[in-house]
Write a protein that binds this ligand. Structure first.
Ligand code: IMP
Ligand code: MG
Length: 430
């Protein structure tokens, strides 16, 4: 058995994967990002500081070998800024970056912002979709190997020629003269980035597989969540990569038989940013209360997150498409102090009850969630949280234990971690 764990989001992202990965990274040798780009935002509280990471794997905070694998799209400027930020905080990232990862260019960001105005997916505007589109299109993409190689100038010039129409259409350039100025300025800017990044570029597939061969502990850190997966999410209201556990295999170049554990991270309630269906959304004071108590504002864009009750239909679906072996429940503390807590156990569609996920976003838009009401529990202080974490799950208020048991029995996935506060020591290991 290989010593490997995939950590993915079981909802629409922002489940608190950063904290869980940071926690598990203590025992890891290598931490790998395998999908998405700097649309992700992972917040970690450690060593008395708060880290907001977008592209570098959370394991960096523990001085682990961190890998950005082939499935990721990388904005070089964001990567450089993050490396420099970490250096200022006293961390020298032990980072390798896949030669096959794709580069997010300036025009991708402009295209993203402009097209989202009409397509209304509510993207993060970071150029993620356009960069993955170019990857799938094959003729206009730039991989890290191209980017740091000798032929970059020539390749970029050719790509810009074939993108001229779109550059004009989206107002990136306005004329032939302007086109040449744009080309020159891009070349100048990105050559500097390439010089900075060159020493980090490796064959990461080999590095990861060798680590597994040597019996090292490898942690795969997912970004976004199951329902944002381009194949298995609420399409088209999804991101452009595979956020599910299988994405770790394609996005890092490891065989499925080398993955030992799959941990699904889920909040004790549900949030979503951007557009798309969300059956248990609370568009009332209760939703506002969850947002305030849980500080539910995007790490990347600052947008208020849409909030609602926990949805077990979604959790069961996440179990299926990811092959979850364990659950990590986060932000249980946010529910503290509520008199009653609702959980969605099934959907009503056209008068019929089902606990299966509908296959289209349109259908999901029209389901009526069926709730079960459970008793709430009193708030605990930060100090009490540390004490509860030390003593284990039995130290939680009875009703909180009942809530967790209910999730476990309905989802059929054992809970192995419960986070009851933002700090490292506010974590219960079951
Ligand atoms: P994109 O990934 O920027 O193309 O955005 C597509 C959708 O995914 C939008 O609804 C975003 O709000 C959402 N999204 C992308 N990354 C994240 C994330 O890290 N957390 C939560 N939502 C995300
Ligand atoms: Mg996030």
């Amino acid at each position: 058995m290989y010593d490997s764990t995939v950590v993915i989001g079981a909802q629409w992202g922002d489940e608190g994967k950063g904290k869980i990965v940071d926690f598990l990274a203590e025992k890891a040798d290598v931490v790998v990002r395998f999908n998405g780009g700097n649309n992700a935002g992972h917040t970690i509280k450690a060593n008395g500081e708060t880290f907001k990471l977008h592209i570098i794997p959370s394991g960096v905070v523990r001085d682990k070998q961190v890998v950005i694998a082939n499935g990721v799209v990388v904005d070089p400027k964001v990567l450089i800024d993050e490396i420099e930020m970490l250096r200022k905080m006293g961390y020298e990232p032990n980072l390798v970056l896949s030669a096959n990862a794709h580069v997010i260019m300036h025009y991708h960001k402009i295209f993203d912002a402009k097209t989202d105005k009409t397509s209304k997916i509510g993207t993060t505007g970071r150029g993620i979709g356009p960069a993955y589109s170019d990857k799938a299109k094959r003729t206009e993409a730039i991989r890290m190997a191209d980017f740091v190689g000798n032929a970059f100038d020539l390749r970029l010039s050719k790509i810009l020629e074939s993108k001229k129409h779109d550059l004009l259409r989206y107002g990136v350039i306005t004329s032939a003269k302007n086109f040449d100025e744009y080309r020159q300025s891009l070349l100048g800017e990105y050559r500097k980035y390439a010089d900075f990044i060159r020493p980090y570029v490796y064959d990461t597939t080999l590095i990861i597989n060798q680590a597994l061969d040597e019996g090292k502990n490898v942690l795969f850190e997912g970004a976004q969540g199951t329902l944002l997966d381009v194949d298995h999410g609420t399409y088209p209201y999804v991101t452009s990569s595979n956020t599910c556990a299988g994405g770790a295999c394609t996005g890092a170049g490891v065989g499925p038989n080398r993955i030992a554990h799959v941990i699904g991270v889920t909040k004790a309630y549900t949030t979503r940013v951007g557009e798309g269906p969300f059956p248990t959304e609370l568009k009332n004071d209760e939703g506002e209360l969850l947002r305030k108590t849980g500080c539910e504002y995007g790490t990347t864009t600052g947008r208020p997150r849409r909030c609602g009750w926990l949805d077990l239909v979604i959790l069961k679906y996440a179990k299926m498409v990811n092959g979850l072996t364990n659950l990590a429940i986060t932000k249980l503390d946010v529910l503290s102090g509520l008199e009653k807590i609702k959980v969605c156990t099934s959907y009503e569609i056209g008068g019929k009850k089902t606990d299966l996920m509908p296959s289209s976003a349109e259908e999901l838009e029209n389901v009526k969630p069926v709730y079960l009401e459970l008793d709430g529990w009193n708030k605990w202080s930060e100090q009490e949280a540390t004490e509860i974490a030390r003593r284990g799950i039995k130290a939680l208020p009875e009703q909180a234990q009942a809530y967790l048991k209910f999730i476990e029995s309905k989802s059929g996935v054992p809970i192995s971690i419960v986070s009851i506060g933002a700090g490292r020591d506010e974590t219960i290991i079951v």
